[in-house]
Design a protein around this ligand. Structure first.
Ligand code: ADP
Ligand code: MG
Length: 448
């Protein structure tokens, strides 16, 4: 096992290169590594403010650095000096690998998040249908739209709405049985139930509910056994007139390798998409968030921040938290120019926004849930080949790098491989609507 000090030194070196000395001193020098157990890395930081900043800005970077370097998914947790150690040794023996879901969260039965309610959900053009359908389903479960299927890009409020339905139903009927899971947890529970011969308990757990919420159903793609089981779960609940709510980043028929009979069932109810919020909605979301967190932000500054980030509400919230952290750190009130400074110091100066092949690889890998190492590697399986070709395509389209240089950056491949990849994707774009959408999202993300 990699020793903690070596690992920490590796991380420090990396940030020492990337950060200004003051930033490094403030956020990295004050932190202390606690454990690296299985695939969880725990860091102790000095205060709540440090924790906020780590969560917003540093964890994502450390996570991908470690995951890429070690070739497995690593979860990074921070705690403040005052908080309990999430991996206190007496509870978690060193050898245990904590299983993670595909979104990188430790797998456990996920209770509803108190913050995700209808009350805290801002309705705007992009989400008003989804919101209305969610409310209808919460009030009349099993009657109106079954299943209710949300689809749309990352960070647009799908998970928030699902939790809100759960909360609302419990408020209307405290005895209601509500179960929220990610598709990954469902799959893991199912597989574990087979291994431990507890299939009956599994069925009881998933079929004796009034509301089943399954999030990010696109991860059912390829999981044949799980799809089979979910088919039966779905039928049992549906026949019982119990409400089913699903979410995905795309429409059912666009999920690769989803059984046709599931696709058709998912279309029985109502599918609603959530699209990115307009400026007005983004400002309203920021205002509510600022109020909830007791952050004082002038109106023009809210508009400024909302103007900076236009596609992802999670990032929008992250930007606000960055501005707040920056204001606290420099002991200044929040103003538009301070916000500009705070967001710039983190994004890098605007003129330095030249895209690198590494950035493209990083985004593409995250988007398709593969590792950068896979993109650079030689595996020929389909779910890696496509992202690899897309990353090559984008490297050719969006950077000035020569073909041999691109090949080199992809683990030393020949330039003809790059040409082939580029042609493949350019061809596919003629007819493949999903691919078109994916590429538009990726490009927007790369340019944001
Ligand atoms: P998704 O599941 O679509 O990726 P989430 O539901 O996780 O997105 O939303 C990302 C973040 O944005 C969450 O913190 C959520 O509370 C917030 N958010 C999304 N939509 C809204 C909204 N309409 N009003 C307020 N907050 C929102
Ligand atoms: Mg979600």
């Amino acid at each position: 096992m990699l020793d903690l000090e070596t690992l920490w030194q590796f991380i420090r070196d990396k940030f020492e290169q990337d950060f200004s000395p003051i930033t490094f001193k403030t956020w990295i020098d004050t932190a202390k590594p606690l454990h690296f157990t299985g695939n969880i890395f725990v860091v102790e930081v000095a205060s709540d403010l440090h924790k906020d900043y780590w969560e917003q800005s540093i964890i994502p970077q450390v996570t991908s650095l470690l995951s890429d370097t070690l070739g497995k998914k690593i979860k990074v947790l921070v705690k403040t000096v005052d908080e309990e150690d999430p991996l206190a040794p007496q509870e978690k023996p060193h050898s245990t690998e904590v299983s993670l879901d595909l979104m990188g969260n430790p797998k456990k039965s996920t209770p509803l998040n108190d913050k995700y309610t209808f009350k805290s959900f801002i309705v705007g053009k992009g989400n008003q249908l989804a919101h209305a359908a969610a409310l209808a389903v919460a009030e009349e479960p099993g009657l109106m739209y079954n299943p209710l299927f949300f689809y749309g890009g990352v960070g647009l409020g799908k998970t928030h709405l699902m939790h809100a339905i759960g909360h609302q139903m419990l408020e209307n009927n405290p005895n209601a049985r509500v179960k929220y899971v990610t598709s990954e947890s469902f799959a893991n529970d199912f597989i574990n139930s087979i291994k431990s011969k507890h299939q009956e308990e599994f069925r009881q757990e998933y079929r004796n509910v009034d509301l089943l919420l399954v999030d990010d159903i696109q991860f059912f793609s390829d999981k044949v056994g799980t799809q089979e089981e979910f088919f039966h779960t779905f039928n049992a609940l549906y026949d019982d007139k119990k409400q089913i709510v699903l979410s995905s980043d795309r429409l059912p028929n666009e999920i690769p390798k989803l059984q046709q009979r599931l696709v058709s069932r998912f279309k029985w109810g109502l599918s609603v998409d959530i699209t990115p919020p307009d400026l007005e909605t983004r400002i309203a979301i920021l205002r509510t968030k600022a109020e909830a967190e007791h952050i004082i932000v002038p109106d023009d500054t809210l508009s400024y921040i909302a103007g900076q980030i236009d596609s992802n509400i999670r990032e929008l919230e992250g930007a606000l938290m960055r501005v707040q952290a920056y204001a606290k750190l420099t002991q200044q009130p929040i103003t538009t120019s301070l916000a500009a400074e705070a967001l710039q110091s983190l994004n890098g100066a605007p003129q330095a926004k030249e895209l690198s092949i590494a950035m493209i690889q990083d985004k593409v890998a995250k988007f398709y849930h593969v590792s950068v190492a896979d993109l650079k590697g030689k595996k020929r399986v389909k779910n890696i080949v496509l992202p690899r070709q897309i990353a090559m395509y984008l490297s050719r389209e969006l950077t000035d790098a020569s073909l041999p240089k691109i090949g080199h950056e992809f683990g030393g491949k020949d330039h003809t491989t790059v040409i082939h990849a580029h042609e493949k994707i350019a061809d596919a774009l003629q007819s493949d609507e999903t691919l078109k959408k994916d590429l538009a999202t990726l490009k927007a993300d790369l340019h944001s």
